[in-house]
Design a protein around this ligand. Structure first.
Ligand code: OAD
Length: 254
């Protein structure tokens, strides 16, 4: 384990020699932008809200207004934030590595707004709602309404094509991840020589298997997180600290 102000020389060498890097991000990379994580004590979404009521297909079938309102509140929260130095450093890093794949569990668009492209969104997007019946993509109006903390009940829009209910474009508990995105992430993990896991507790499968897949394929593993995580034992380096502080330092050292 290393403090954030010391980047071990062998890590600097590994970063300089890496030809194929996978960056794997979780909620912690957006925390300094002001978006709560899921499991951090006191502030995490799942400390304040019950996932069973909000993040399952059954919850949406039972109470679509509650679920739509909550996701609209989260979408508004994201629209009011900006990428932080970690998102910006990741977007800049791509220029110095021959192959670079960014895989995220996040449903915000802060990586894209920082300049990253081709981001693999394992858990979907808050900004990509679709019809439950025919799958037609829903276009959100441009203006950002003010939502009360935690959201309020909101009627989901109806599909312009078939009249079905529009649902959030995120992956819920009990649902499969988009297979093309998952396959691309697994393939990138198998082929990389360095995987950098940033701001994830490593608790949610199958996403959490991505760093371990890279490790089994002989990649080195670096983790950036202020806390201990389920990935600690498998990491070659764990830098303890905030992503927005550590990522710009890492980039500057390459
Ligand atoms: P978690 O909330 O489980 O973990 C967030 C991690 O970020 C924790 O390990 C924190 O210590 C770390 N963290 C907090 N602040 C940080 C900072 N400034 N810099 C770096 N790290 C920081 O979030 P995820 O691992 O992303 O799934 O959760 C995985 C999935 O569980 C989410 O995608 C979501 C959730 O249920 C779905 O919604 C399907």
């Amino acid at each position: 384990m290393n403090r954030s102000d010391t980047i071990p020389p062998d890590l600097i060498l590994a970063m300089r020699e890496a030809r194929n890097i996978v960056v794997f991000t979780g909620a912690g990379v957006s925390a300094e932008s002001g978006i709560p994580t899921f499991r951090d004590a006191l502030t995490g979404f799942w400390q304040r809200f019950d996932a069973e009521d909000l993040a399952t297909p059954e919850a949406f079938a039972r109470d679509p207004e509650l679920v739509w309102g909550w996701y609209e509140w989260r979408r508004m929260l994201v629209r009011r934030t900006l990428p932080n130095p970690a998102h910006l450093a990741i977007a800049a890093w791509v220029r110095s590595v021959p192959r670079f794949t960014l895989v995220t569990q996040n449903v915000d668009d802060l990586h894209e707004r920082a300049g990253s492209s081709g981001v693999l969104h394992l858990h979907g997007s808050l900004h990509a709602a679709r019809c439950v019946a025919c799958g037609l993509a829903h276009l959100f109006p441009a203006e950002i309404p003010q939502e009360p903390e935690g959201g309020r009940r909101l009627c989901p829009p109806c599909c312009a094509q078939c009249g079905g209910l529009i649902r959030p474009g995120v992956v819920w508990f009990g649902e499969s991840l988009p297979p093309d995105v998952l396959d691309a992430a697994f393939a990138a993990a198998r082929a990389c020589d360095l995987l950098i896991a940033i701001g994830t507790s490593g608790l949610v499968q199958p996403a959490a298997s991505i760093p371990l897949l890279a490790k089994r394929s002989e990649a080195r593993l670096l983790q950036v997180n202020p806390m201990a995580t389920a990935l600690d034992a498998d990491c070659d380096w764990s830098l303890r600290g905030a992503a927005g502080v550590i990522l710009p330092r890492l980039l500057a050292s390459v």
